[in-house]
Design a protein around this ligand. Structure first.
Ligand code: NAD
Length: 367
């Protein structure tokens, strides 16, 4: 972690401490400052970012932790977020969340193949669910998660943080306003193995390769911006590495889809290519390119392009306003006001259906 990001996180941690102090002291069920209590499940790299972000919200707080390492990670994050020892759970004691009224919801940040099981168990314990992307490793699992949350009458939201980002929302507005004319095509990519955890290269835990981890960003963005589902799929996978690291998942994947409107979209992702991450949009009278587009951390998202004779440019830092704070705030709002998340489980299912179709087109079965 670089120094600037560390300083930023420290500021969030501090803000979180103040926020948590008022949150803990208020009556959680009746006060106007009611905060949704969230238990983080899986205390890895993204959970750490998310927990800092929750500390900066005004309507949520971390009230529980689920970890395979209660004595180490549990106590460390428990001290940071003021979570009492009796609200620190393991995967074996997870179902006891049911008896903890301070926990309204869970945030699932586990390897992909564990999302389904822990979403279903959380729903059965009566807890709302914010689950990281990809929603699961198959559409069948997504449907089980949707059904479990429907039956338990709890919210199910997928952590598509870009939907809560000001730059992405601005680009979508430009597209919908007709500033680029009639949209013809999208292109997107996300390359590089930023997270080195081995589970990402193990099909039984990851479900597939970089498409589920990185390529899902451009895929989800074009589905979101077009408001359509692809009807024709093409895909190619390739693995040049002969060392065995990619024995169960592909190293690189490229795909192309056609939407019912006639819009074309292509995308690529890889764990083995050095590259950037970007989104390009071509309309009849204008075009836009966002780069970087999909990273988090210290990144400043930037777009340039044209609308007729006018130049377009803009963007903003991922953390100002913070994508993760906006996402957590929205989730807590949905719980507090019983409203539908902007990125519900159905959005995760639609991505998994598209991912399955891309893998099928590439001749590679998923999961
Ligand atoms: P990570 O490896 O840093 O964390 C995973 C956590 O799961 C760890 O705490 C690990 O101990 C725990 N775990 C429990 N059982 C495990 C097992 N059998 N094998 C391995 N780990 C196990 O991973 P991460 O980067 O935090 O990713 C977690 C999830 O979050 C993934 O689904 C990933 O796609 C998603 N993610 C989302 C974003 C985002 O920007 N929204 C960014 C990174 C990751």
């Amino acid at each position: 972690m670089d120094r600037r990001r560390f300083t930023q996180l420290s500021a969030f941690a501090l803000a979180g401490t103040q926020v948590r102090a008022s949150g803990q002291s208020s009556n959680n069920s009746t006060s106007a400052t009611r905060r949704v209590g969230i238990a983080a499940v899986g205390l890895g790299s993204i959970a750490e970012v998310f927990m800092h972000a929750v500390g900066a919200t005004s309507n949520a707080r971390i009230t529980g932790l689920v970890t395979g390492h209660p004595a180490e990670k549990g106590l460390k994050f428990g001290a940071l977020y003021n979570v009492p020892a009796n609200s620190i759970y393991t995967y074996e004691t997870f179902d006891r969340l049911r008896d903890n009224p301070a926990i309204d919801a869970v945030y699932i940040a586990l390897p992909n193949s564990m999302h389904c099981e822990y979403t279903v168990r959380a729903a059965e314990a009566g807890k709302h669910v914010l689950c990281e992307k990809p929603m699961a490793i198959s559409s069948a699992e997504c449907r089980r998660m949707l059904e479990a949350c429907r039956r338990a009458n709890v919210k199910l939201m997928i952590g598509y943080r870009t939907h809560y980002d000001a730059t992405f929302r601005k680009l979508r507005e430009l597209v919908l306003s007709g500033a680029l004319g009639e949209i013809q095509a999208y292109e997107g990519g996300f390359y590089g193995m930023r997270n080195k955890q081995q589970w990402r290269l193990d099909r039984s835990l990851a479900g597939g390769g970089s498409l589920l981890d990185l390529g899902i960003y451009p895929l989800n963005t074009v589905r979101w911006f077009t408001g359509e589902e692809p009807e024709i799929y093409r895909g190619l996978v390739a693995t040049r590495d002969k060392g065995g690291a990619y024995a169960t998942v592909e190293q690189s994947i490229d795909w192309m889809v056609k939407f019912p409107s006639g819009i074309l979209a292509s995308g690529g992702s890889s764990y083995g290519q050095s590259g950037t991450n970007f989104l390009a949009i071509n309309g009849t009278t204008g075009h836009l390119r966002l780069e970087p587009a999909f990273v988090y951390g210290d990144a400043v998202l930037k777009y340039t392009g044209t609308s007729g004779d006018n130049e377009l440019s803009g963007g903003g830092p991922v953390y100002a306003p913070d994508q993760f704070v906006s996402e957590a705030t929205h989730f807590a709002d949905c719980v507090l006001h019983n409203s539908q998340p902007a990125t519900p489980g159905e959005e995760g299912l639609a991505d998994l259906l598209a991912i399955e179709a891309i893998y099928a087109a590439a001749g590679t079965p998923i999961a």
